[in-house]
Design a binder for this molecule. Structure first.
Ligand code: HAM
Length: 427
């Protein structure tokens, strides 16, 4: 019997959870400032919601789904990503109706599930923060979304990322390119890896971003999608580039980047960073103009991205960004002796109700041990109360930093603690 957590999952302990809260809160602020509102969809979906939209031949669907039949014989899968569920919800709840603001913008944060091989920054339960925009064909939407990710990273204090962009063109351009790519790859069939041999007819574009050394050698001379774009596709991509330049956002064009999900057309992008010497994609996304229709909604274009929270936290560590720990205690009450137990309880509750964070000793420890805790918690003020103080109905309050100390009547602590706080902290 296994009583450990399943492989690929993590317990997020208090020593880490405040960092999660920090990045999530920052995302809410930045995305909210761009008029995105939060959407929460179920952690599991009907298998079909994911399979055809993400693509039956993608690794995500063919190898990595946590799917099962529930007690009602429904084919269910834990969600491996957020876009297909959000598009399903967009259509199911008729969020395309005229009463909603267009473009319609939502963001989400939560757990995703993929049965993947374990590596640094790759888990089976991982967490994404993502955003989706519906109803704008304007390339400015592509650029605004990419710029929003960059702003978010900047505001977190991350400096070293690189933006890789590519285009998959519209349906016609892609079909032409697909044909040309198969024609190019066929004479090299025997040189390809087993995975790429299989992908050649199912999903030939995926051969381009294979990590296999032999495949890489073959695709070096492959035709580029950029030579197969029709006028509409090429205009869209040119405008995206011009707009990125207008915002002075540096980018790299990577024509071998294709993304591991099938729903994209036109612009796709990945934000890369080096973590422990390894290039990892921290955020990624692109345009998907056919997905809403696929789910039975009206013709509505889409653009979105998602970033991996675990990878983001690794990157923050790599870049030595200090995340403020919000658990610093304003007041610690050093409570000396059984006789003051009740008074300490009342005092701590009162101070908390007055809006301060407070903690106390519960274990009847010696003064020395309690003062150690004061240091550990980095408490700003220390109140000491023992039998002597209780008799005089007062308590000692000390600024832990400057060591300035004064005795105050207990009454005053109960009446308005902020006066004492200001007196000792602000001087
Ligand atoms: P994705 O590239 O599959 O795209 O995932 C986006 C990000 O999620 C990755 O860049 C990575 O940071 C993180 N991620 C993915 N898989 C794992 C894993 N196994 N462990 C840790 N982190 C992981 C999507 O999911 C699309 N839905 C993005 C999108 C939104 N496109 C349009 N809208």
């Amino acid at each position: 019997m296994k009583l450990q957590r399943p492989k690929g999952t993590n317990d997020i302990l208090p020593s880490e959870s405040y960092k999660w809260q920090f990045v999530e809160e920052k995302a809410r602020l930045v995305f909210g400032g761009h008029q995105y509102q939060e959407i929460r969809t179920p952690l599991f979906e009907h298998y079909e919601v994911i399979s055809r939209s993400v693509g039956d031949t993608t690794d995500i669907v063919s190898k990595e789904m946590y799917d099962f039949y529930d007690k009602g014989e429904r084919h269910i899968t834990l969600r491996p990503e957020g876009t297909a569920p959000v598009v399903r919800a967009f259509v199911e709840n008729k969020l395309f109706a005229p009463e909603y603001q267009k473009p319609y913008k939502v963001y989400y944060a939560g757990a995703m599930f993929r049965y993947e091989r374990m590596q640094k920054g790759r888990y089976r339960q991982f967490h994404q923060i993502g955003a989706e925009v519906f109803g704008s064909d304007n390339p400015a939407t592509d650029v605004e979304s990419m710029a929003m990710v960059m702003t978010y990273f900047e505001q977190l204090g991350i400096k070293n990322t690189s933006l890789h962009i590519n285009t998959l063109g519209n349906t016609e351009s892609r079909a032409n390119y697909r044909k040309a790519l198969i024609d190019f790859l066929m004479p090299h069939f025997e040189e390809l890896s087993e995975d790429s041999k299989r992908r050649l007819h199912e999903n030939p574009l995926r051969v381009l971003d294979s990590k296999d050394a032999k495949d890489k050698e073959v695709v070096k001379n492959a035709p580029s999608i950029l030579d197969f774009l029709d006028e509409e596709s090429s205009k869209h991509f040119e405008t995206v580039k011009t707009m990125l330049e207008a915002l002075e956002i540096p980018y790299v064009i990577d024509t071998n980047m294709v993304r591991g999900l099938d729903y994209y057309n036109h612009t796709i992008f990945e934000l890369m960073a080096t973590i422990s010497g390894k290039e990892l994609t921290v955020a990624a996304g692109g345009r998907y103009d056919k997905l809403v229709e696929y789910f039975g909604g009206p013709e509505t274009s889409g653009f979105g991205f998602a970033l991996g929270i675990e990878r983001l936290l690794l990157l923050l560590e790599e870049e030595k960004v200090e995340i403020p720990n919000p658990n610093q205690v304003d007041v610690y009450v050093v409570s000396l002796g059984e006789a003051v137990n009740v008074e300490t309880l009342k005092l701590v509750q009162s101070i908390r109700k007055q809006g301060f964070s407070a903690e106390r000793d519960f274990l009847n420890r010696k003064a020395k041990a309690q003062f150690k805790t004061v240091d550990k918690l980095a408490a700003k003020l220390v109140i000491t109360i023992g039998e002597g103080e209780l008799e005089k109905a007062e308590a000692n309050v000390k600024n832990a930093d400057t060591r300035e100390e004064k005795a105050y009547p207990l009454k005053e602590l109960y009446r308005d603690f902020s006066v004492i706080y200001d007196d000792l902290i602000k001087g």
